[in-house]
Design a protein around this ligand. Structure first.
Ligand code: HXC
Length: 258
């Protein structure tokens, strides 16, 4: 189905694996196109409740494809940045939760791809960085915006100005990832998280995603007003009635995405 990705659905989880291990899964134009398509499938397939995004081999993604960028004109370079930013926004905005399973290098566009996921789990050998200034450019797939929102303004600038790589433990300390696990536990841990999220009311999960993603860009008061709006769909859902009734009847809830 794809040339540069593996895509598989099992037990309601879509596994999206960037599959260019010889180039450390660098994001070529073609990979970006395929990622967009894959996450549209995740969004639209009613059988899919969550996605796990990872990389084949020793990298998650080592950045945008430098061999494709080297001869680009300034305008074409900006176009590529826009294409990448669009893909990251798409992943962030789809209605299903996306878990990044960071198995190795997540550099440049790879770190930006990880940050577009809802939740990041790193294996002990993951390495993160925004080394664009080494190449005479800046992060262009959302990094200057998402990184400071995750790790703070100072640490964000530190990473983007020094191009230093941080290991998984440091990424955990600064809030760039949510958990660090042994390499063999990476996918099972992500699967467990996906299963936990999928056991909750899907309309509520979608509303959490929308409220957080939109609210974080607003001042707190406007964000809280946005949250008030986002509460509407879950509160009007049948699953809300079921969740509350199940609590009172001391039984597990059976959610139906209605
Ligand atoms: C194209 C890449 C690549 C990349 C690695 N490769 N990263 N090709 N684009 N981003 C290729 C190498 O050329 C090499 O190919 C093969 O993958 C293995 O990489 P090595 O360098 O031999 O491996 P190693 O010595 O272990 O070093 C790993 C590494 C290093 C530290 C990750 O590869 C590296 O620094 N890569 C570049 C990281 C980077 O600068 N990313 C940011 C890109 S800019 P061959 O054919 O020689 O085996 C970016 C900006 C996005 O992402 C927004 C702007 C549009």
């Amino acid at each position: 189905m794809f040339e540069n990705l593996k895509y598989e659905v099992k037990d309601h989880i879509a596994y999206v694996t960037v599959n260019r291990p010889k180039a450390l899964n660098a994001l070529s134009k073609e990979v970006l196109d395929e990622l967009y398509q894959a996450f549209t499938m995740v969004d639209q397939d009613p059988e899919v409740g969550a996605a796990i995004l990872t990389g084949e081999g020793r990298a998650f993604v080592a950045g945008a494809d430098i061999s494709q960028m080297v001869d680009l004109s300034g305008i074409a370079g900006q176009d590529m940045m826009k294409q990448g930013a669009l893909v990251m926004n798409h992943i962030e905005e789809i209605s299903k939760p996306v878990i990044g399973a960071i198995n190795g290098f997540a550099l440049g566009g790879g770190c930006e791809l990880a940050m577009a996921c809802d939740i990041r789990i790193a294996s002990v050998n993951a390495k993160f960085g925004q080394p664009e200034v080494n190449l005479g450019i800046i992060p262009g797939f959302g990094g200057t915006q998402r990184l400071p929102r995750l790790v703070g303004k100072g640490m964000g600038k530190y990473m983007m100005m020094t191009a230093e790589m941080v290991n998984a433990q440091e990424a955990l300390r600064i809030g760039l990832v949510e958990k660090v696990v042994e390499a063999d536990d990476l996918i099972p841990t992500c699967e467990k998280i996906a299963q936990t999220i999928m056991s909750k009311a899907p309309i509520a999960i979608k509303a959490v995603k929308t409220a957080v993603n939109n609210g974080i860009m607003l001042d707190v008061k406007t964000g809280i007003a946005f949250e008030g709006e986002a509460c509407g769909a879950p509160f009007c859902s049948e699953d809300r009635k079921e969740g509350m009734t199940a609590f009172l009847e001391k039984r597990p809830a059976k959610f139906e995405n209605k």
